[in-house]
Design a protein around this ligand. Sequence first.
Ligand SMILES: [Fe+2]
Ligand SMILES: [Fe+2]
Length: 134
Amino acid sequence: MAIIWKEEYSLGIEGIDNQHKKFIAILSSLSKALSERREKDIIADILLDLQEYAEMHLAFEEKYFEKFHYENEEEHNKEHRYYRWKIQEFIDRHKAEDQLLSIEMLHFLEDWLEEHIMKSDKKYVECFRRNGIK
Ligand SMILES: [Fe+2]
Ligand SMILES: [Fe+2]
């Protein structure tokens, strides 16, 4: 099944939706590569993209949480720390040539979309809007 952007993923904040679209694109390319059994060719690039996503997007959200004194800042950043830790773990395992890595990565990313982007991220929308972010 192809993973594509759906309206239900939208937070209604264009700049953030565009960053989340980047995440969906990474998830989608891993899923596609796995179904075509060519994940070994792209996994190093995927890991780099996932790291870059953290530096770009997670840091972006965190900057605003601090600026707006977002009430769930601590809880939310804890999930971001888990993401960063997990990606680092995947990188280490990639170096060790762990065979189950790509399928486990796919599950982690699907879970991140459902549990983080669609739940935790949606919780800050009201706070961001109150502070003028559209
Ligand atoms: Fe996010
Ligand atoms: Fe987030």
